[in-house]
Ligand binder design. Structure first.
Ligand code: PAF
Length: 283
């Protein structure tokens, strides 16, 4: 497994792979890898000749300096996990190497980034748009893999690539969960054991909404019940719970006539911000 930190060396390596007409799969990450990331890597390895993983904690997407500082960094551990899977290349640039000057350009996703995460993390998606665009230009992969836990991010990146004709297929991979239902996240490392148990309420309520919808119950009422249960919990502070149309991320209260629906949630346990969602195909 080759570890590359210079963008120019990455480009040279990629052009060698391309000359040999190999398909390239790409998994962008910010490190602190867990089974969710490894599922992305496995999907890439199954569908491509070469798999490249990037590890880069992108400062542009943090609107909170403490959050950036506290983001877990466990490079040696990550490398061991990727070596075990026989990944071909790890791209791990320094901040100065990746951004020799602060980009003047930022990506505006219009209405798609105004709600949900975009409302509570100002500037976050603009920074994600820049880093993903730069990474996709450097790697020019055939396919790139993103976790569906970050549902809004996935929709935005897919839109970015469609709107701007990136020649990369964007693939969403199912959220990997602990047995308790808690969605795997690098942030879970910052929770105590009790915090991890407390955080199981997040998905429990989403599941109840899904089951209620299957039984034909009203979406509005199901959202109200879930909000009340979240509010009654001492350990979870809800930031938002919203049902949206995945095609435009607009909020909905009536799902009749829709093909699909996503219920997205964010909140805090022990001061750690966690997100999750439930995606339902209705037809
Ligand atoms: O989902 C993440 O880990 C990050 O937002 C990404 C896509 C690697 C960009 O920094």
């Amino acid at each position: 497994m080759r570890i590359i930190s210079a963008p120019s060396e990455l480009v040279e390596t990629i052009s060698f792979f391309k000359k040999n007409t190999r398909t390239i799969g790409f998994v962008p990450t910010m490190g602190a890898l867990h089974k969710g990331h490894l599922a992305l890597v496995s999907a890439s390895m199954a569908q491509n000749d070469i798999t490249i993983v990037s590890i880069f904690v992108n400062p542009l997407q943090f609107n909170n300096a403490t959050d950036l500082e506290q983001y877990p960094r466990v490079f040696e551990d990550d490398i061991k996990k990727l070596e075990k899977l026989s990944v071909d290349v790890v791209f791990s640039p320094t901040v100065d190497g990746f951004y020799p000057i602060k980009p003047a350009v930022s990506i505006n996703f219009g209405d798609l980034s105004k709600r949900l995460e975009g409302e509570f993390r100002k500037g976050h998606f603009e920074g994600v748009g820049v880093v993903v665009s730069k990474l996709l230009h450097l790697v020019s992969p055939d396919r790139a893999y993103f976790g569906l836990k970050d549902f809004q991010q996935f929709i935005l990146i897919r839109t970015l690539c469609e709107d701007l004709n990136f020649q990369t297929q964007i693939i969403g991979v199912e959220t990997v969960r602990e047995e308790s239902g808690l969605a795997m996240s690098s942030r879970n490392r910052r929770l105590t054991k009790k915090g991890q148990e407390d955080a199981t309420i997040i998905f429990r309520e989403l599941k109840c909404i899904g089951e209620g919808l299957e039984n034909g119950e009203s979406l509005d009422m199901l959202l109200e019940v879930a909000k009340k249960n979240y509010a009654d919990s001492d350990s979870f502070q809800l930031e938002y719970l919203e049902a949206v149309d995945p095609s435009n991320l607009k909020p909905i209260d009536d799902y009749l006539g829709l093909d699909e629906l996503a219920v997205c949630v964010a909140g805090y346990v022990e001061g750690v911000r966690l997100i999750d969602n439930l995606y339902l195909r209705l037809k």
